[in-house]
Design a protein around this ligand. Structure first.
Ligand SMILES: Cc1cc2nc3c(=O)[nH]c(=O)nc-3n(C[C@H](O)[C@H](O)[C@H](O)COP(=O)(O)OP(=O)(O)OC[C@H]3O[C@@H](n4cnc5c(N)ncnc54)[C@H](O)[C@@H]3O)c2cc1C
Length: 270
């Protein structure tokens, strides 16, 4: 395709995380719309669950309720599934709904403008690897860009002076797995779900660190994750809960969700 050619589909979706995959599947399932394309700037679908691969990353709601309504998954290995499973789940859904051939990876949307005369969006795209730009027009533009696409970097921590620190600086969104933290003194900045996940007792990396120091802007740790953090070992679904959700596929999502949360609360958050 030359730079002058303009692609066209009825719908364009920006992002191939939970939102983009859901839109791609539902356009076909519910509306019978085939004319759509998804653009994703990363090298894989999955969004949050592709970007965040730091040790201890997992969902922080019971994983049995963290799946798409039309593609429920019940055989999670853990009450809070690790990112690998969520990423594999999203990849499977994308494959199942034939979204791979309708998704362009490593392609970033850089601009979008509404042409009122032609009643179309003109979306400008850039190939992340080659830098080549091209345009795609559509009638409906869906943004599934998520909330965590622009994480704060060490440069944002000006006051701390990262340039004066000689050790490695790791970011949760681009974790360098080659850095061995065994026996190291680690300073953890932040106290949200991410840092609580990292500090969980079952996270082997944090267990191997000599000492960790958390820097908190607010004194209060993140409530749901700190409850999780206090547990000594990983929790799993009870057989009874899993059997119940398997037996009641059509009993309504709400009952499944309610039943599960109550069971989980009673069992793990006494
Ligand atoms: C560590 C972590 C744990 C979480 N745990 C939970 C949980 O337990 N339960 C829960 O409900 N939520 C959780 N969340 C929130 C989670 O982000 C959402 O549940 C969900 O994954 C968001 O999906 P999304 O598709 O809206 O956005 P994302 O997953 O962020 O996907 C957006 C995609 O859009 C792409 N994109 C952005 N801009 C462009 C552009 N200009 N051009 C092309 N592509 C672009 C991004 O690369 C990304 O792949 C967690 C988040 C994090 C970071």
């Amino acid at each position: 395709m030359t730079a002058d050619e303009v692609r066209y589909t009825d719908v364009v979706c920006i992002g191939a995380g939970f939102a983009g995959i859901c839109v791609g599947a539902q356009l076909q399932r519910q509306l019978g719309v085939d004319s759509f394309h998804i653009y994703e700037r990363e090298a894989s679908v999955g969004g949050t669950w592709f970007k965040n691969q730091y040790p201890g990353v997992m969902c922080d709601v019971p994983s049995i309720v963290y799946s798409l309504s039309f593609a429920p998954r019940r055989n999670w290995s853990d009450l809070y599934a690790p990112y690998q499973e969520i990423l594999a789940y999203l990849t499977d859904v994308s494959r199942k709904y034939d979204l791979e051939r309708r998704t362009s990876l490593r392609t970033q949307v850089t601009a979008a403008a509404w042409d009122d005369e032609r009643k179309r969006w003109r979306v400008t795209l850039r190939n992340v690897d080659s830098g080549a730009e091209f345009a795609h027009e559509c009638k409906l533009l869906f943004t599934g860009v998520g909330q965590f696409g622009r994480p704060r970097t060490v440069e944002d921590l000006g006051a701390i002076g990262p340039e004066r620190f000689a050790g490695p600086i790791l970011l949760s969104t681009s974790w360098d797995h080659s850095v061995d933290l065994t026996g190291k003194r680690v300073v953890l900045i932040g106290n949200g779900c991410t840092s609580c996940g990292f500090l969980t007792p079952w996270c082997l990396v944090s267990a191997a660190c000599l000492r960790t120091l958390s820097i908190l802007r607010h004194g209060q740790p993140n409530p749901p994750s700190s409850r999780r953090q206090g547990r000594e070992h990983r929790a799993t679904f009870t057989k009874q809960t899993l059997d119940r959700t398997r037996r009641t596929p059509g009993a309504g999502r709400h009952r499944r969700v309610h039943g599960t949360i109550c069971a989980v609360d009673r069992a793990y958050f006494p």
